[in-house]
Design a protein. Structure first.
Length: 315
């Protein structure tokens, strides 16, 4: 079954890490295992070559190889979104075409410094859509990294003028009010409702779901928590969703340390037996002995707490 991303997408589209070996080469065996791990934990989709996937550190050839490995492993079981952000339009289009040719469900694009204004963002995405007809687009709103702001009204203009934009990856911070405004403006202006999946490590997931998000698109190293929190919330069991989230919150918070969290996330995945090395491609952070001990204590406490309140989730 071939997937194509639509405005109805919901659930957890996990942001995949890109595993490297200790020498910095892409570890495709670990990538296959990681992809299978995500699917086994019940994710609705997978997003690759995002910022957390260290995409800017990969060559074009490496990016293509990562797409191929993941798509071969997924084998149409879940939709795959591919990050293709690039300041050069031709480079962006080439990678997007490669991704779609290999079976991707859509591509994710973040605005860059060349777009500057909200009207500039709309114009840029119109050009992207013209070059990539029929390709579903995910707008990545991550101003803490991109330094590009877009308002709820500006995003509504984008959706109205670029019909192929079907999803907002929302990770403005603070952004709860903006999320509510995006939904309210679209309703008031009768602009189509697009899918909203949220990032920021899942740190605000319960509140985001309550404000109209359809799920998460982030890379927390316990994807089963994200999946179950979203499932419970969408089933109407909001308190149970928050109760489970609270158990994981210390580790969610620990993973969200700017400039350090990716090393934590990869080490958790290594300790869970999913990837062979926690290496972050240079330049990147690495846990020292104290950081390793801190993480070990957090993971031990999580396992003990899960055994008490959710034994079915103990690894």
């Amino acid at each position: 079954m071939s997937h194509r991303l639509t405005e109805d997408a919901k659930g957890v589209f996990i942001i995949s890490a890109t595993p490297f070996d200790d020498n910095g080469a892409v570890d495709h065996a670990s990538l296959e295992k990681l992809t299978e791990f995500y699917i086994g934990k019940g994710v609705s989709g997978i997003t690759i070559l995002g910022m957390m996937g260290e995409a800017p550190k990969l060559t074009t050839e490496e990016s293509t190889a990562v797409i191929t490995t993941v798509m071969d492993q997924v084998a149409d079981r879940v939709p795959v979104v591919v990050g293709v952000s690039n300041p050069g339009l031709d480079n962006l289009v080439r990678l997007a075409e490669t991704a779609m040719d290999k079976g991707a469900a859509g591509v994710m694009v973040a605005p860059n410094a060349g777009h500057k204004t909200e009207s500039g963002i709309v114009s840029a995405f119109q050009k992207i859509a013209e070059r990539l007809p029929f390709v579903p687009l995910v707008f990545q709103d991550f101003p803490l990294t991109t330094q590009i702001q877009i308002s709820a009204g500006g995003f509504a203009n984008l959706v109205a003028n670029v019909p192929s934009v079907v999803m907002l990856k929302h990770e403005d911070w603070p952004g709860l009010g903006k999320l509510s405004d995006v939904r309210a403006v679209a309703k008031k202006r009768r602009i189509k409702r697009v899918s909203i999946l949220c990032g920021n490590g899942g740190l605000y997931l319960p509140q985001e779901l309550a404000r109209g998000a359809d799920g998460a698109m982030t890379g927390f190293a316990y994807p089963e928590m994200l999946v179950e929190v979203v499932r419970r919330h969408q089933a109407g069991d909001i308190d149970a969703a928050e109760d489970l989230f609270d158990v994981f919150l210390p580790l969610v918070r620990h993973e969200q340390q700017p400039g350090f969290g990716l090393a934590v996330r990869k080490e958790v995945l290594r300790r869970r037996g999913v990837i062979a090395s926690a290496a972050v491609r240079a330049p990147g952070p690495k846990l020292d002995a104290t950081g390793q001990a801190e993480l070990g204590r957090l993971m031990d406490r999580l396992e003990r707490r899960l055994a008490e309140v959710a034994p079915e989730m103990v690894a």
